[in-house]
Design a protein. Structure first.
Length: 232
């Protein structure tokens, strides 16, 4: 395990992003970097990914979700919060879905507790509690992994927020969403950029602790949509 730390800002929340090299993770890293309130730490799987993040003046941790809980906990010690936005990807098999989306997520929760990190944001999937939906989805194993990883997180001692976006797109973000505690009240798609913005919005919001939020594209500005949902 290799750790590369650039001097972190003071009086900010240091946010370790698991899946920083993914599409949501990259956008979140930049948004955190642009904010005066947060400092990103990129959790990366491959050494060749490190230079790009260092060129952005972003601290990095080289690790793997298939490592032991103890090694992951060591990687997490500089973090005040953890965002899990990793995924095995659509081209991998069931073995990687189990290793990353299920066991990797669960180990990251265990490691966060061991490292003393209290704040944890999980990027899950809409309808992760709806078994009838899984059957129709064509990716049942993915939803099973998400459901049980979320369930494990809900039973932890962490101050979690579980964000459950619908189908992700690479469209430009509109900074407008629908947020609900009911998966039947959201639309069908959401740009990854808007998911990253929603993560940024909830990170330091205590009202979002131990909450599950379904999100999709919508007509309400992200700040107001989340505030109204969390205060309802």
């Amino acid at each position: 395990m290799v750790l590369v730390f650039i001097a972190l800002k003071t009086n900010t929340m240091n946010v370790l992003i698991i899946g920083a090299n993914g599409k949501i993770g990259r956008q979140l890293t930049q948004k955190l970097k642009d904010s005066k309130d947060f400092e990103p730490i990129a959790f990366l799987r491959k050494e060749e990914q490190v230079k790009e993040f260092e060129s952005m003046d972003v601290s990095t941790v080289l690790g793997n979700l298939e490592e032991s809980v103890e090694k992951l906990a060591e990687s997490f010690k500089k973090a005040d919060a953890i965002v899990f936005t990793a995924g095995s990807g659509g081209s991998t098999g069931l073995d990687k879905t189990l290793a990353v989306d299920l066991d990797g997520a669960i180990k990251s929760v265990e490691a966060a507790e061991e490292a003393g990190v209290k704040r944890y944001v999980m990027v899950s999937a809409s309808h992760a509690d709806d078994r009838e939906f899984w059957e129709k989805s064509g990716i049942k194993s993915y939803y099973i992994a998400k459901h049980y990883a979320d369930r494990f997180l809900k039973e932890s001692n962490l101050n979690y927020t579980i964000l459950r976006p619908v189908m992700l797109t690479d469209d430009d973000g509109k900074e407008k969403i629908t947020a609900s505690n009911n998966p039947d009240k959201v639309e069908q798609k959401i740009p990854r950029e808007d998911v990253a913005s929603a993560i940024l919005r909830v990170l330091d919001d205590k009202n979002s602790h131990r909450k599950i939020i379904e999100i999709s594209s919508g007509e309400t500005e992200i700040e107001r949509a989340l505030q109204e949902m969390l205060e309802a």
